[in-house]
Write a protein that binds this ligand. Structure first.
Ligand code: ZN
Length: 241
């Protein structure tokens, strides 16, 4: 079975709709968290993920929406958006978020928002990638959190490899290596490509494919304005950063 994997949707329904529109009905869906925060439609995005995903883990914005956890690390615009999220989030959706795990171990795979064990650490460099490999024995770790589509490898000689994947492309998995796959962000990409990012993982074919899907950014920008969210949150969608 193939798995589409999404992360960092951030209440951007247009982007989520567009990304899922490319995923075939027989494809299973995993979500790596941050369904909410920043954007205008948290409930609608949660509803889609609840309906479609077989596995989902918590992101830092999801946790903050539930109980203010980590809010002191948020910048002013993230905090504004979080207050909006808490205002509109239905009790039922908040309870659903509250029931999600921080990480999920499958056979060979680990699903976590930021990094194994230290859930919300950012993997931005080879040192962080090495710590992440050392923290788990999973062959392949799927993460989001940085909003940058890329992957890290632990090579047979112990060195760390790195590749940006901000355009569509595939990775063939090698038995001798371990992988950290950053699926990028659906709803607020920051790798200078404004199109929604997700991956399709095929364990049988031993491949990961990064996809980018254009969506109606102008429509989301209007909704951000209508919700009185900070206008920079609308502008950055068009810039992809
Ligand atoms: Zn995020």
């Amino acid at each position: 079975m193939k798995h589409a994997i999404v992360s960092d949707i951030h209440s951007n329904l247009e982007a989520l709709d567009a990304a899922l529109g490319t995923v075939s009905a027989d494809c299973d869906l995993w979500c790596l968290g941050d369904i909410v925060g920043y954007g205008p439609q948290p409930n609608e995005c949660i509803a889609l993920i609840r309906e479609r995903a077989s596995a989902c883990v918590l992101g830092n914005h999801d946790v903050a929406a539930i109980d203010d956890h980590g809010l002191e690390y948020f910048n002013a615009m993230a905090r504004d958006a979080l207050e909006y999220t808490q205002r509109v989030l239905t009790p039922e959706n908040a309870a659903w978020l509250d029931g999600l795990p921080y990480e999920l171990r499958l056979d060979n795979e680990l699903l976590v928002h930021g990094a194994p064990v230290t859930y919300f650490e950012y993997i931005f460099d080879k040192g962080a990638a090495r710590r992440a490999f050392e923290a788990t024995d999973a062959r392949i770790v799927f993460v989001g959190h940085t909003h940058v589509a890329e992957y890290w490898t632990l090579e047979p000689d112990g060195s760390i490899g790195h590749q940006h994947m901000q355009f569509p492309g595939s990775l063939t998995l090698d038995d001798g290596k371990r992988y950290i796959v950053d699926v990028g962000s659906v709803g607020q990409p920051r790798d200078l490509n404004r199109d929604a990012s997700h991956v399709v993982y095929d364990p049988d074919e031993r491949s990961v494919r990064w996809e980018r899907t254009p969506y109606e950014i102008g429509r989301v920008q209007e909704k951000i304005e209508q919700a009185h969210l900070p206008s920079i949150l609308a502008r950055r969608l068009a810039a992809g950063r």
